[in-house]
Structure formats: structure tokens, C-alpha cells
Design a protein around this ligand. Sequence first.
Ligand SMILES: NC(=O)c1ccc[n+]([C@@H]2O[C@H](COP(=O)([O-])OP(=O)(O)OC[C@H]3O[C@@H](n4cnc5c(N)ncnc54)[C@H](OP(=O)(O)O)[C@@H]3O)[C@@H](O)[C@H]2O)c1
Length: 306
Amino acid sequence: MRRVNYAVNGGPEVLFVEDVPTPVPGPSQLLVRCEAVGVTWPAVRRVREGPEPVPLGGEVAGVVEALGPGVRGFRLGDRVTGLCFEHAYAERAVLAEHMASRVPEHADAVTAVALVHSGLVARKACAAGLIGRGESVLITAAASGVGTMAIQLVRAHGARVVAAVGDKQDKGAFVRTLGAEAVVGYDDPSWGEPVDVALECVGGEVLDKAVRALGRGGRLVAFGAQPGAICSGELMTRGASATGFRMGSPATPSLYACWRDELWDWHREGWLRTRVHAEIPLARAARAHEVIESRANLGKVVLVVD
Ligand SMILES: NC(=O)c1ccc[n+]([C@@H]2O[C@H](COP(=O)([O-])OP(=O)(O)OC[C@H]3O[C@@H](n4cnc5c(N)ncnc54)[C@H](OP(=O)(O)O)[C@@H]3O)[C@@H](O)[C@H]2O)c1
């Protein structure tokens, strides 16, 4: 089977396609014939910055083709999606059973990849931020896969969205179509009125600006891949609080299962929409990494496997 790999850290040009044996699922693992694979900034960043090459993991969606020993919850032919920590940029990927969930009949693989993991991250951020009706919520990287989900979920809480983006020109209009009421650029001297909650997923200087954007009693939720410092003085002045999370493995599988069902219900109801910036063939994964590094994506970037 074909898969995309890299041998040295660097930009999109280090990715190459190779022919490798189809993996064999181990205990409690599924072998999935991939139809769609999500490309995310954290993965693109790992390729560029290292510290050393690791399997290109990510969100996959496809069809169960083989079952490892001990799998109870899935059958051959089931359509599934989930986060794969092994090689995901591939025609076949191995998925831990506890990370997999079913894709409803009405949905295609690209939608599943754009909805489920990004939706769970956004859902978790909203829960951590304790968002209340009528509050104002700042969302950074608001045009990203996670950001597009977060805007819609925050609106569903009855809260007002202030969307922060790297480049206001194209992204500003885009995030407004999803429900953002105000748009700010990272470089803007002011981010407007102080907010009640900041959902911050960029890190670095943007994290610091998000802390400074909080009003009295504000809540920061930090969940970006890039490290950043939180100034305790800025929290103390505002009487603000800060929390963070990393999705990694599902510490609370039943809660995640419930949230996944909700995401699909809301998608079926029609108000929670996935936004896909580009569907790019697997063999052109380097192009997908270029798109993410250009920071131009309006929504999710997805690799498709034919
Ligand atoms: N904690 C967790 O478990 C968890 C899980 C998943 C995702 N996340 C975080 O959520 C964020 C969004 O993830 P995603 O997968 O939805 O993103 P994505 O769709 O791949 O979009 C990436 C976006 O991140 C922003 N960005 C900020 N700095 C960047 C940089 N130096 N290079 C490239 N892009 C940069 C860009 O928008 P702007 O230029 O407008 O900022 C870009 O469009 C990521 O920062 C990621 O770390 C966290």
C-alpha cells in the first residue's frame, strides 16, 4: 500500500510517498481502509520542527477491513472515524478500538474527518470555558478546523463571538458567515471590549494577548500546540482564571461518545456545518502542508484517498 512519510524534519518538501506492507492490527485495533485523512497544524509543525521524525498521525475516516484480537465493538465493513497515532497518511491505517466511532450512513468520510475530532476539541474547549448565555467569547485561529466548530458551538450557547485571526481580509468575511459578530487581527493594537472567556489555541504571543483581552473574572482556556507563557500578574489584576487541556487519549470515553453523538445530531439538524477548505489527493500531501503553513485555510484541510 502507499503511504506518505518523511525521513528528516523540514518543510512540505521532505514528504515522500512510499510503498510499504499493509499493517496488521494488533490487540484491540482496527485496520481501516482510509477514505479521508485530516491535516492539522500540530502535525505540520511536528514535521517542520521535530525533534525527530515520528509517524504522521491524524484523524482518519474509512471502512473497517480487518479486526485485531479482542475487538468487540466493530465489524468488517463498518464505516468509522477516529484519531490515529500511527501512520495516518496512508491507504490503510491502524486505529485503536477505543479511539474509533461509527460514521452515520448519511455522512461521507470528508465530513466525518472535519466534524468529529475538531468538533470534540471545540466542545471540550466550550465545556472548560463554562460559557454562559449572553457572555462574550474570544476564539483564536477562528478560521481553523477547530475554530470553525468553536464559533458555531459558542453561538449555540447564546454567547457572542469575537474571532481572532492572523489575516483579517479573507478570514474576516469567512468567520462572520459562521456567526462571529466581531473580528480582530492578531496585530491589531486593540482587541476591543474585554471578553468573558478566551478559547486560545495558538500559543506564543497570541496566548499573552488573549490573557490581556480578558475582563474581570474572565476565564482562559489554553489548548494550542505551541507553548506560551501566562503572566500571573495579568490574571491577578483581572481576578481571572486559566485552564488547559490536551485531547490525547479519551480519559472519559463515555463523555466523548455522548459529545460525538451530539455533534452528529446537530450536524443532521443542519445548524452545525463543516467547512472544508480543500480536498487534496493523498499523494499530494506536501501541497496540504503548504496550505496549512501559508495560514490561508478557511476551515479544514483534508487528504482524500481514492
Ligand atoms: N489541545 C489539543 O488537544 C488540541 C487538539 C487539536 C487542535 N488543537 C489546537 O487547535 C488549533 C487549531 O487546530 P486545527 O487542526 O483546527 O488547525 P488547522 O485547521 O490546521 O488550521 C491551522 C490554523 O492555525 C493558525 N496558526 C497560528 N499560527 C500558525 C502557524 N505558525 N502556522 C500555521 N498555522 C498557524 C492559522 O490561522 P491564523 O493564521 O488565523 O491563526 C491556521 O489557519 C491548533 O493550534 C492546535 O494546536 C489542540
